[in-house]
Write a protein that binds this ligand. Structure first.
Ligand SMILES: [Zn+2]
Length: 468
């Protein structure tokens, strides 16, 4: 992402707020945006409260800018913000903190489409928070010096400090601001907080302890609140709450959290072991999430990496579209490198080639874009792909990925592997016939003689030949 300035976001927000206060905004509520409606059903919130929340957004709530992936609207840039708000559960008993995911599409005619206004599926990264200090340091280096009793120029200096924690000595690197006139350390607002965050990070790294972000991920993946999670893991009721506020877990408790984060099986055991301590509703919700997470492990590690990489590149992918992209990744990779990229077999279903295990994984999303917090489990796993593998996925996503699932389905219906595997089946007759990896490789090798499979132009020509 190019460098975004606070001024730029301030201007954008002020345009959005102006449109919203003049009622030139619409909340996207079409069927693909079920999440938006769910928020209003699950919590006591109405349109005027939603409006107030938008009007309260600040530059610091900004997360990122993404391109609209919808064909024909690729020139539109979408701005994503996050906000923690206190909301009453509509049918529950508590006021809870809900982290909202808010995505705007500001049109040229000054109307604003609020594409997303729902709970975050995974914790957002805030763009300026992490840059806060960098910005602070980039500013003119003048501040008040306590020793000199006046504003002075200062310079920054890294300093190592020693600190004994639980009988063990640690060395932390902090940033200090030194007065150019008297040589004393300055303490301008934000500097202490920054250094404490640095120490916290360095200490957790040195000891291999989980971060607050890891704990938030755990709650999101297993759809479980602070108190029930604490109890399910065998901790005291408010332990997780304290960790979220900044208390550093012991090594022992941290390892429990880490194991739960990487093993749905372990999480399941914890839930059953402590079932009597948490409410039946919380238990069932978490078990449901654990079981759907377990399904993830039924696909090969390579398939997981490919999917994680595609998700990282494309903002919105429906299950149908994902299936077709996987098929083209497999075909083009195997034609170029003589070996399949993943081991799963593909089936010749009515709507084109389908990887059954992947279908099972995302069947809940039906025709909606896949928005799956469970993939936080594999954050970083996409990095385990080779340069060649990434190159092929990039090519497929940048060409085939520009089309919707239905168009891609149409293309596959004109391709030999699917057509041959469907031989003898009527158009609407279900079949589980495997499209062999060999048939896929041979077909794309053949296509490769006519079109350059290693270039976007080659693939685009191929697509046009099938759509023409
Ligand atoms: Zn001074």
């Amino acid at each position: 992402m190019k460098n975004i300035t606070q001024e730029e976001i301030e201007e954008y927000l002020s345009d959005v707020k102006k449109a919203v206060s003049e009622d030139r905004y619409r909340l996207d509520r079409n069927s693909r945006r079920q999440d938006n409606i769910d928020l209003f059903i699950n919590y006591v919130i109405d349109e005027s409260k939603a409006k107030d929340i938008i009007l309260s957004l600040e530059v610091m709530d900004f997360s990122e800018i993404v391109q609209n992936e919808h064909v024909g609207f690729e020139h539109e840039m979408l701005y994503i913000f996050g906000k923690d708000v206190q909301l009453l559960e509509r049918t529950g008993t508590e006021e809870v903190t809900v982290s909202l995911y808010i995505k705007f599409n500001k049109l040229e005619n000054n109307y604003v489409i609020v594409i997303s206004f729902h709970e975050q599926h995974y914790p957002l990264n805030y763009y300026f928070n992490k840059k806060e200090m960098v910005d602070m340091l980039a500013k003119e280096r003048r501040d008040f010096c306590i020793g000199c009793r006046k504003e002075v120029e200062y310079y920054l200096k890294k300093k190592d400090i020693k600190k004994i924690i639980k009988d063990k000595e640690y060395s932390f690197t902090i940033t200090t601001a030194i007065c150019s006139e008297c040589g004393e350390e300055l303490s301008f607002p934000g500097l202490l907080d920054y250094n404490i965050r640095e120490i916290d990070k360095q200490y957790r790294e040195a000891e291999g302890l989980v971060s607050i972000n890891d704990i938030q991920k755990l709650m999101s993946i297993y759809k479980i609140g602070k108190a029930p999670l604490s109890l399910a893991l065998g901790f005291g009721e408010i332990t997780i709450t304290r960790y979220l506020e900044g208390q550093i877990p012991s090594k022992e408790y941290s390892d429990v959290i880490k194991t739960a984060l990487t093993s749905p099986e372990y999480m399941k055991k914890c839930l059953f072991d402590n079932r009597d301590k948490i409410s039946e509703t919380a238990f069932r919700k978490a078990i449901g999430a654990v079981e759907s997470t377990e399904k993830l492990f039924s696909i090969s590690p390579k398939m997981i990496r490919v999917i994680a990489y595609i998700f990282n590149k494309l903002e919105e992918v429906t299950p149908l579209m994902l299936q077709k992209l996987l098929y083209y990744v497999q075909g083009i990779y195997s034609a170029l490198y003589d070996t399949p990229i993943f081991e799963e077999d593909c089936r010749a279903w009515i709507h084109g080639p389908v990887y059954y295990e992947v279908f099972e994984l995302f069947r809940d999303f039906k025709y909606n874009p896949i928005d799956d917090a469970r993939f936080a489990l594999f954050n970083g796993s996409k990095d385990n792909l080779s340069a060649e593998e990434k190159e092929v996925i990039d090519l497929v996503v940048d060409t085939f990925g520009m089309y919707g699932g239905k168009t891609l389905e149409k293309i596959t219906h004109h391709e030999t592997p699917w057509v041959n595997a469907r031989r003898g089946y009527g158009d609407d007759v279900k079949s589980n016939e495997i499209i062999s990896k060999k048939a896929i490789t041979e077909y794309f090798r053949y296509i490769g003689k006519q079109y350059d499979l290693k270039s976007e132009d080659g693939l685009k020509s191929y697509i046009h030949s099938k759509l023409g």
